[in-house]
Design a protein around this ligand. Structure first.
Ligand code: BGC
Length: 715
């Protein structure tokens, strides 16, 4: 393949100076595949240099062919960039991001992102539209499945792992992907949890909550970002220079390319911001959208707009330089074909390692929500188990939303995984009992007959993968009716029932919480689902996941999150107080919650100072003991509260997370260090500030429990 060689590698400004206006605009055009991808029209566009990148093409042969046309036939031989949504794996599927967030483990997230990058890159993909960093407090929104949960501290911690993993030490090596944190910024606050709905946020909320993980992403080295396509305070980012220019470029100093979300340029017309498509292009490029994803409108109108003087050539040049520098960082001008083309040489070895990693990630993503009388792990003395429910033999649904090119046939089902891990001689009888949404008398009858002969019933229920993810908001968060009916019938038998729940979001589990003996929140765990759950059910692995989002008792409690503000009439007072007449205000399970097969005892936190100054570091020590009978991991969480400030502060804010492994009887003293910036907040003008005064601090197993101490910031 003819291309640039290392010696010839162009300086980007020299390259820019050789480009025609059409070629420049081409770099700002990203197109999706057509039915018959390389049709004549697309080939001609590549040859002329009128397209700079493609998205959603995963066939390595097509990628190779397109790249060859660009490198052989286009005038300037600028390599194409191939982008794909690698959210939680490509061929091997790892747990969905919300599930992986339950591991609260950035090093695991990093390994998962690295494994995903290696697979995708070997197919010729260079750029992933990930991580998704939208904070959200509304489980009705289907896209919670893609995000790291409700908390900006946790999201930042994990996002660093995602970016290091995708990008590695050198983006120019041929096994990494450029990351693209999305959706800048605030999409997670869509009103009513309804996808594509508008967002209303104060500058304070935007900067204190929603922007935080993006800042971490840019600090960690993300060199591109995707603008959200929803209207935020009345303006979609594609029409908002305050967001993309003043905040992102000037204030944050971000230098990489900004891509629109799918069709967002065209959608400015639907938003009622642009009169027509041409005006939409003018607004978008002038607001700071460098690359037009999917709409094709830059290709159609940008030249005309430049010639009419409505878009300055300097605006185009700056955008093109940013795209070229992304290609340069990826090593695409180095002339090494391994950088540009698919290379499946090591793919089998990568997949083998990734399967092991997928198992580790899945085990760490499982959250044990209830375990009455320590029924789990299942005792070897239990000889007959009934596994019932639409998820019992399911494979495809475990791939979750954004399933890459995952093959459902390669997914280990729950039934397979349980059979592989059950002690010798244990009988596992399997029946679906009902479909996801419907049931037949006959199916129910068979399941019931089978269940009656068992000592314990595992009921595998939940949402289909398509019920979460993009455009999959729900107004009701209960299990589908047919599955509720199945559980009701099984509960009547009087044999202990354990629920394994698959979902892309917190569901409303209240109807069954008090009636079943155990609940395992299994999210969508990916390729190794069955093996991970088999290990957990039979006690080969001890669950350690903690919830990255609060689980509501009912939809009426939403939005629900732990770090809410105090009110003037706290709940529980004798006078009318914050609350509902017909529902508690506490969640069914709080943020950070998750059980283990062992018990952990938390000591009182001790501090190096009870009064700290501006230059001090607050050191917090706490001893944790495994006081149970099994080895296990615990995710230890540190929260603070600014007791009195010039603006009311949240009742609790997460400021530290550590995961430890302890053998039975073992103790470990942990140290957390807090810096002045950990006590800062954002004022109404959007400025970060620190105020002295009284603070509380807790170290505990979740956002509700924990031992409390007090200290003072003295400045
Ligand atoms: C989604 C993005 C995604 C893009 C490309 C859009 O609909 O909002 O998150 O990256 O499609 O697939």
């Amino acid at each position: 393949m003819s291309s640039w060689t290392e010696k010839e590698e162009p300086t980007l400004t020299a390259l820019l100076s050789r480009m025609t206006l059409e070629e420049k605009i081409g770099q700002l055009v990203q197109l999706p595949p057509k039915g018959d991808f390389l049709d004549h029209e697309l080939k001609t566009l590549i040859e002329k240099g009128h397209v700079g990148s493609f998205l959603n093409i995963s066939d390595p042969e097509q990628i190779k062919e397109a790249q060859e046309i660009s490198l052989r036939k286009s005038r300037l031989k600028i390599p194409l960039l191939f982008a794909f949504d690698v959210l939680h794996g490509f061929k091997t599927l790892f747990p969905i991001p919300l599930a992986l967030a339950s591991s609260m483990d950035p090093s695991l997230v990093e390994k998962v992102a690295r494994g995903s990058a290696q697979e995708a890159r070997s197919y010729g993909i260079h750029w992933t539209f990930a991580p998704m960093l939208d904070i959200t407090r509304d489980p009705r929104w289907g896209r919670v499945a893609e995000c790291p949960g409700e908390d900006p501290y946790l999201a930042s911690l994990l996002c660093a792992g995602w970016i290091k993993g995708f990008q590695g030490d050198a983006l120019s090596s041929s096994s990494f992907l450029a990351s693209c944190p999305k959706h800048f910024v605030g999409y997670g606050a869509v009103e009513g949890g309804r996808d594509y709905n508008s967002v209303n946020l104060s500058l304070k909320q935007l900067k204190e909550i929603y922007l935080v993980p993006f800042l971490e992403a840019f600090k960690t080295g993300s060199f591109s970002t995707m603008a959200a396509f929803v209207a935020i305070n009345g303006l979609p980012p594609a029409a908002n220079p305050n967001l993309l220019k003043d905040l992102l470029r000037k204030e944050i100093g971000f230098k990489g390319p900004v891509i629109s979300d799918w069709n967002a340029v065209k959608e400015l017309v639907h938003h009622g911001i642009a009169e027509n498509e041409k005006e939409a292009v003018q607004i978008a490029i002038n607001s700071g959208i460098d690359i037009d994803m999917a709409s094709g409108l830059y290709l159609k109108y940008l030249k005309e707009l430049v010639l009419e003087g409505k878009v300055q050539i300097d605006t185009i040049d700056q955008a093109v330089l940013r795209v070229l520098s992304l290609k340069h960082k990826l090593g695409l001008f180095s002339g090494r074909s391994s950088q540009m083309e698919p290379n499946k040489e090591n793919l089998q070895a990568i997949i083998k390692t990734n399967r092991e990693l997928a198992l580790e990630a899945a085990i760490n993503s499982v959250v044990l929500l209830k375990n009455e009388n320590a029924l789990l792990p299942l005792s070897p003395s239990i000889r007959t188990i009934a596994l019932i429910g639409p998820f019992s033999t399911e494979q495809k649904e475990h791939l979750g939303p954004w399933p890459g090119i995952g093959d459902p046939q390669q997914v280990v089902s729950l039934a397979e995984g349980m059979k592989a891990h059950a002690p010798l001689g244990v009988k596992i009888a399997v029946a679906r009992g009902c479909d996801f949404f419907t049931s037949s008398q006959e199916e129910l009858r068979q399941a019931l007959e089978m269940a009656k002969k068992a000592e314990v019933i595992i009921v595998a229920v939940g949402e289909k993968a398509s019920m979460s993810g993009e455009a999959a908001s729900r107004a009701f968060l209960e299990l589908p009716k047919a599955q509720q009916k199945l559980i009701d019938i099984l509960l009547q038998i009087g044999i202990p029932v354990i629920m394994v729940v698959f979902s892309g979001r917190p569901l409303d589990l209240s109807p069954f919480f008090y009636r079943v003996k155990g609940i395992i929140q299994a999210w969508f765990l990916g390729s190794e689902t069955g093996n991970a759950l088999g290990r957990i059910l039979f006690g080969f692995s001890n669950p350690s996941g903690k919830l990255p989002m609060s689980f509501p008792r009912s939809v009426g409690q939403i939005p629900i999150y732990y770090s809410h503000l105090p009110t003037g009439r706290p709940s529980g007072w004798s006078i009318p107080s914050t609350g509902y007449l017909d529902q508690k205000i506490s969640p069914l399970f709080p943020f950070g919650y998750g059980l283990s097969y062992t018990r952990f005892h938390y000591g009182f936190p001790t501090l190096n100072h009870t009064k700290i100054g501006l230059d001090d570091v607050l050191e917090v020590y706490v001893e944790i003991e495994n006081s149970g009978e099994k080895a296990g991991e615990e995710i230890v969480q540190l929260y603070i509260r600014d007791a009195v400030a010039s603006i009311s502060r949240p009742l609790k804010e997460l400021k530290g997370v550590k995961k430890i492994f302890l053998n039975p009887g073992e103790k470990q003293k942990l140290k957390f260090s807090l810096f002045p910036s950990d006590f800062a907040f954002v004022d109404f003008e959007g400025k970060r500030k620190i105020e002295g005064g009284r603070f509380f601090l807790w170290v505990g197993p979740n956002a509700v429990e924990g031992k409390k101490v007090q200290f003072e910031l003295a400045w």
